[in-house]
Write a protein that binds this ligand. Structure first.
Ligand SMILES: Cc1cc2nc3c(=O)[nH]c(=O)nc-3n(C[C@H](O)[C@H](O)[C@H](O)COP(=O)(O)OP(=O)(O)OC[C@H]3O[C@@H](n4cnc5c(N)ncnc54)[C@H](O)[C@@H]3O)c2cc1C
Length: 396
């Protein structure tokens, strides 16, 4: 048996023995486990799954083991992911740090910063939020104005961030701040990490019409952050931000592979809800369903190809922008179809008369629209593709 075959057999046996049955089902939104200081489990199986995966170093299987990772190379990682997909294992935790900041720290942080920030992240001990967007600096992120001014050994931060998902529940933030002059605007930005409990940080939740919101606005009033927490070189944060956004887009474009609350298995729904086509309308529904299934398959294969290219250190930045765009638009179309198929069963918001999964669907349908904005809107992805992939000139 080759090394890879042996690893597959071992991994399969380990997952079968260690992933509790209740962690092999679709995940309702109130059962997401977020790492962090205030770790919470709804039931014992979540704790077991979390602790077992953590102890294996499989929260971040391909990070080097000296930073708490699993030390797997890309072939072994692909096997682990495939085996987890096969068993429909839930992600043991949701962690923006691991998905987005960690890979940037691995590439750009000093050894001291890696030693300080990566191992606790790899153990799921810190919940991270992203402080990028500001009022008037969303798509045009480089216009951000939150300032960080060096004063002795500290940066003093003033300004505000908006649309910070789970800002009120997070322990630490990675933020883009302006450390240099405005022109050219990309040249004066740095990436800094800070404890959300620092004096002068105020977090205000933002209410949405849906009644459910993870969004916050974060205000900084003379917040002192040690200069040792600036990642990479001063005024070179734009390069890091671009790398981080790529990891964000990649994580988002992989959402369909995780058993996340927004993940709905198309097959399962089609088998339950798609009527035999007896009218022209139903034939059209069938055609849309087939298109959705083909697109999902094509997307998933492309995504695996991209993962392989990434691990082979090829430049996939263009493909990542395409992938994020295609995936979020495909998901939106899928949820439109599922909603139509479910008819009035999909109109539930809460309370009796609807199955929990159907209630989740309504939320996931709304979320599918938000995903076409989060991490860079579809229009902005199209601009990126036009410029970076197709080499078209900037619109004047
Ligand atoms: C679910 C969700 C979670 C988020 N979480 C976070 C988070 O944790 N941290 C964080 O920092 N941010 C977060 N965001 C914010 C997100 O990054 C921004 O909403 C996004 O970048 C768009 O910026 P904006 O909202 O300022 O819209 P704007 O930039 O004002 O854009 C408004 C509209 O104009 C279009 N537009 C803008 N510029 C162009 C252009 N040049 N060409 C064509 N069309 C254009 C946009 O596509 C959009 O339709 C989140 C957003 C969502 C929806």
């Amino acid at each position: 048996m080759s090394d890879l075959e042996a690893f597959r057999a071992e991994t399969r046996a380990w997952l079968e023995a260690n992933c509790p049955a209740s962690m092999r089902t679709a995940m309702p939104s109130d059962e997401m486990v977020w790492g962090g200081r205030n770790l919470e489990f709804k039931h014992e199986d979540q704790r077991l799954w979390f602790e077992r995966m953590r102890d294996k170093g499989w929260f971040c299987p391909d990070w080097p083991s000296e930073y708490g990772g699993g030390g797997l190379d890309h072939q072994h990682l692909a096997i682990l992911e495939a085996e987890m997909r096969r068993l429909r294992c839930r992600p043991p935790q949701i962690n923006l740090g691991i998905w987005m900041l960690g890979p940037v720290l691995l590439e750009y942080a000093s050894e001291e910063q890696k030693q300080r920030f990566l191992p606790p992240m790899a153990r799921g001990e810190v919940r991270w939020c992203q402080g990028f967007s500001e009022p008037n600096a969303g798509s045009d992120l480089a216009s951000l104005r939150t300032s960080a001014v060096l004063d002795g050994d500290d940066y003093v931060i003033n300004g505000t961030k908006i649309w910070t998902s789970y800002g009120n529940k997070s322990d630490w933030m990675y933020a883009l701040v302006r450390t240099g002059p405005m022109v050219p605007k990309q040249a004066g930005i740095s990436l800094i990490v800070l404890d959300m409990q620092s004096p002068g940080v105020t977090v205000t939740p933002i209410d949405l019409i849906s009644g459910k919101s993870s969004f916050c606005q974060v205000f900084f009033d003379n917040v002192r952050v040690p200069k040792s927490q600036l990642i990479g070189q001063v005024n070179e944060g734009w390069k890091l931000a671009k790398a981080l956004l790529q990891h964000e887009r990649r994580a988002m474009s992989k959402f369909s592979e995780f058993a996340l609350p927004t993940h709905f298995d198309l097959d399962e729904f089609l088998q339950r809800c798609l009527p035999q086509p007896t009218s022209a309308d139903e034939v059209v529904l069938h055609q849309r369903a087939i298109a959705c299934m083909m697109n999902e398959e094509a997307y998933s294969l492309t995504n695996r190809r991209m993962t392989d290219s990434l691990r082979a250190r090829q430049d996939v930045s263009g493909l990542m922008a395409i992938s994020k765009l295609v995936h979020s638009e495909q998901e939106r179309e899928k949820f439109e179809l599922l909603l139509e198929l479910l008819g009035h069963e999909a109109l539930g918001w809460e309370g009796q008369g609807f199955s929990p999964r159907d209630l989740e669907l309504t939320g996931a349908w709304l979320m599918s629209y938000a995903q076409t904005i989060a991490g860079g809107s579809s229009e902005v992805q199209l601009n990126v593709i036009a410029k970076r992939v197709l080499g078209l000139p900037d619109a004047k």
